[in-house]
Design a protein around this ligand. Structure first.
Ligand SMILES: Cc1cc2nc3c(=O)[nH]c(=O)nc-3n(C[C@H](O)[C@H](O)[C@H](O)COP(=O)(O)OP(=O)(O)OC[C@H]3O[C@@H](n4cnc5c(N)ncnc54)[C@H](O)[C@@H]3O)c2cc1C
Length: 259
């Protein structure tokens, strides 16, 4: 059977960071009444390059399911074909895709979790957070302890910062740790790399210490906490290495690498 192809039609485009040339893009899919995917999955986009050759790139869906709409968060890669093609789209224009795909999805049953991202690696994690704490409807977080450790160089590149701050303010079980590796004067928040803050928070919450009153251990694996890591390969590798050195099992670290 042939893979069904759909059109993603751009509805709205916001420049998130001039410096990093990052965009938040909202699409609709005219062929579908509803686009069914698990938060955290990606779609594969197809277009012909200048020589007529088909090019395909994956982009994580940066929203929870919402009818026939979905969001992306991406940055222009210098000299890159597809990122520039998508960032150059204007409302009303479309791009072909298929999917959804991928295993970067919340493990069930939900356990305590640490979400770790840098840069546009925040895309699938925004999907998780929107799903767990929907704007309308019931909270799906089941009271689990959830941490988001989000790192970038400069403050202007902390995408969706106010959204995550507002979720943290409304939900005591969601903690948001934003850290900058090259902060400018005036930044009063955390400094350094995401790994440093992951290590610090795990001293407070070692594996196997889930509250007994609210059992939150996966029956299939016995794990009471998972980490979900998304971003460029170097960052993903450093975080996996650190967690494994701290006694985590490989399967406890779910990850998506962008390069
Ligand atoms: C599962 C998955 C999900 C992804 N989701 C996202 C997402 O949500 N947002 C997002 O911005 N990107 C995402 N990516 C990366 C994306 O697929 C492309 O690799 C990226 O946009 C570059 O494509 P390009 O055609 O512009 O560059 P290309 O023409 O492929 O490459 C140009 C040059 O840039 C380098 N390069 C390739 N990828 C990157 C990168 N990500 N950062 C820096 N340099 C790079 C290459 O080594 C090459 O030298 C995801 C990748 C995967 C595998």
């Amino acid at each position: 059977m042939e893979t069904p192809l759909y059109t993603a039609r751009l509805e709205k485009k916001l420049l998130l960071s001039e410096r990093a040339q990052s965009y938040h893009l909202e699409f609709s899919i005219p062929e579908l009444a509803a686009f069914d995917f698990a938060p955290g999955q990606f779609a594969s986009f197809i277009a012909k390059d200048a020589s007529g050759k088909d090019q395909m790139r994956a982009y994580s869906i940066a929203s929870a399911p919402k009818g026939n709409r979905f969001d992306l968060c991406l940055n222009r890669v210098e000299g890159g074909f597809f990122s520039n093609k998508i960032c150059d789209l204007e409302p009303g224009e479309g791009v072909i895709f298929h999917g959804p795909y991928g295993m970067f999805t919340l493990r069930s049953p939900l356990t305590d979790s640490i979400f770790i991202a840098t840069g546009t690696g925040i895309a699938p994690i925004r999907g998780f957070v929107q799903y767990l704490f929907p704007e309308s409807g019931e909270d799906r977080s089941e009271g689990r302890n959830l941490w988001l450790v989000y790192g970038t160089r400069h403050e202007a590149q902390l995408y969706y910062h106010e959204y995550f701050e507002s979720i943290a303010a409304e939900h005591p079980n969601f903690r948001y740790l934003a850290t900058l590796s090259r902060p400018q004067d005036g930044w009063t928040g955390l400094r350094g790399y995401v790994q440093d803050h992951v290590a610090a928070l795990l001293k407070e919450r070692p594996i196997g210490s889930a509250a007994q009153s609210a059992p939150a251990t996966s029956a299939a694996t016995g794990f009471d906490i998972y980490a979900y890591v998304c971003g460029l390969n170097n960052m993903v590798s450093s975080n996996r290495k650190q967690l494994i050195e701290m006694g985590w099992q490989r399967k406890q670290v779910i990850y998506e690498r962008y390069d």
